[in-house]
Ligand binder design. Structure first.
Ligand code: ATP
Ligand code: MG
Length: 435
């Protein structure tokens, strides 16, 4: 057992009030406590409450074992194979209850490796002193004790909250080697909570960015999704760049990051998404994935083809190839891949401004995302200004104005004449530099 002594911050000396805590989380805490177990709020919720933010969810740490928790709550479900967690379900809200956990030197579970039979469940559990040592940052290791409403602070987390400082528990190099996802977590917390990264942490982050390559693509995807689900995205993107982590996540894009138009495109998409988020509009990660991968897709589509294939086939092949390669780094689910594919392929389809095609495109489920990407490409300096202006007019025009716009453009690029001459049935070849 460890002999670290905590600082106890009594009820009157911190800002957490029960009024700010979820009713359901309080219910669980009280029930555990009145049944003789210790029960604490821990992690992000305590940190967020102290920073005056609304917690996303509530985590509880206790000395009750999962089976004990299940006995106490009818609405409880046990999850996880090696380390069992209890989920107490209150409609849409799930309160996660974890038994104090000890740190295992051999533990690879953070890396997604399977360890069947290696650890007997009993020796995974520990005391609160063990539990605190396996947490990542000091600000994530504060425990709110329901027994007396005090905060139990083993790692000077309260001081770091007050100083707005992100500090690793233990030796950063060792902790990053144990679990390189902590590199991404550090960026995410620094970005969203506006925390300064302490100098020793900063130094090892610069030195160890390559470790991200050891993380499974499935876990990386889960982690990167959190970046897009919450802001500020522009700020965290800049931090990812600064610590050479973006390159690790999107290696195909990294070659293009030296080009100002790539940065302009990505940054305007991120800041636009941040704006949408603050206006309460829906956010789709697929739009941002499409933006990140757009430059390598475009570049590949411009490469001379081995076969004489129509432009749209070539373009689609480029999308597929880039997406396939991206899967080596991030396990993007099929449903999202299809959506990214569609948004990128719309960049081709938006060049086809004849007949009824533009009207049909307006009905396309991904039209708005494709249209937004086109506008951002034009702003970023890609040679698509004329196409972009045309679509802006078409999108906001009346039926007659739209028909006029199609007529005007078909005078210069009508494919019909070509088709009549060649009698070929396949789609018109649009030169790739029109994209
Ligand atoms: P948020 O939920 O706002 O993203 P959080 O800190 O609550 O932030 P979670 O992933 O919900 O993050 O994890 C809850 C707590 O579990 C963390 O605060 C931290 O104490 C611990 N934790 C989570 N992931 C790790 C990790 N990879 N290494 C060490 N501790 C971790
Ligand atoms: Mg959390």
């Amino acid at each position: 057992m460890n002999s670290i002594k905590p600082t106890i911050i009594p009820r009157g000396e911190h800002t957490i009030s029960r009024k700010g805590i979820s009713h359901n989380a309080l219910k669980v805490l009280y029930r555990l406590n009145t049944c003789g177990y210790s029960a604490y709020l821990v992690g992000g919720c305590v940190r967020d409450l102290l920073l005056g933010r609304h917690p996303k969810d509530y985590d509880i740490a206790t000395n009750a074992h999962p089976e004990d928790v299940r006995r106490l709550f009818r609405n409880c479900r046990l999850i996880g194979k090696r380390f069992r967690l209890a989920h107490i379900i209150f409609g849409k809200e799930i309160i996660e209850v974890a038994t104090f956990r000890t740190h295992h030197k051999d533990s690879h579970e953070q890396h997604g490796h399977s360890h069947e039979g290696m650890i007997i469940r009993d020796n995974v559990y520990g005391t609160i002193e063990d539990d605190v040592l396996r947490r990542d940052f000091t600000v994530n290791a504060l425990y709110y004790n329901i027994a007396d409403y005090s905060i139990v602070d083993y790692m000077h987390g309260m001081q770091d909250i007050n100083d707005r400082m992100l500090r690793m528990i233990g030796d950063p190099e060792q902790r990053f080697t144990e679990d390189p996802v902590r590199l991404l977590r550090a960026i995410r917390f620094a970005g969203k909570l506006d925390l300064n990264i302490c100098p020793t942490l900063e130094k090892s982050m610069h030195e160890l960015s390559h470790l991200l390559g050891h993380v499974s693509p499935a876990r990386l995807f889960q982690e990167i999704l959190k970046f897009f689900q919450e802001g500020p995205r522009l700020k965290t993107f800049r931090l990812l760049l600064e610590f050479q982590l973006f390159d690790q996540l999107f290696p195909q894009t990294s070659d293009f990051l030296k080009q100002p138009e790539t940065i302009t495109l990505i940054e305007s998409a991120l800041s636009d998404t941040d704006d949408r988020d603050s206006e309460g509009k829906s956010i789709s990660p697929t739009f941002l994935f499409s933006v990140f991968l757009w430059r390598p897709i475009l570049e590949l589509s411009k490469k001379p083809a081995e076969e004489d294939l129509p432009a749209h086939v070539m373009f689609e092949k480029s999308i597929r190839k880039v997406l396939r390669q991206q899967l080596d780094r991030l396990t993007i689910p099929k449903r999202l891949l299809m959506s990214i594919h569609e948004i990128c392929f719309l960049q081709y389809r938006l060049t086809c401004r004849y007949g009824t095609a533009p009207f049909r495109l307006l009905e396309h489920p991904r039209f708005r995302a494709g249209y937004d990407l086109l506008i951002m490409r034009a702003h970023a300096g890609e040679p698509v200004k004329e196409l972009c202006d045309w679509w802006i007019k078409f999108y906001s025009g009346t039926q007659e104005e739209r028909e006029e716009l199609i007529k005007a453009v078909s005078e210069t690029t009508s494919p019909k004449k070509k088709r009549r001459r060649s009698r070929k049935r396949h789609k018109p070849k649009v030169k790739n530099d029109a994209l």
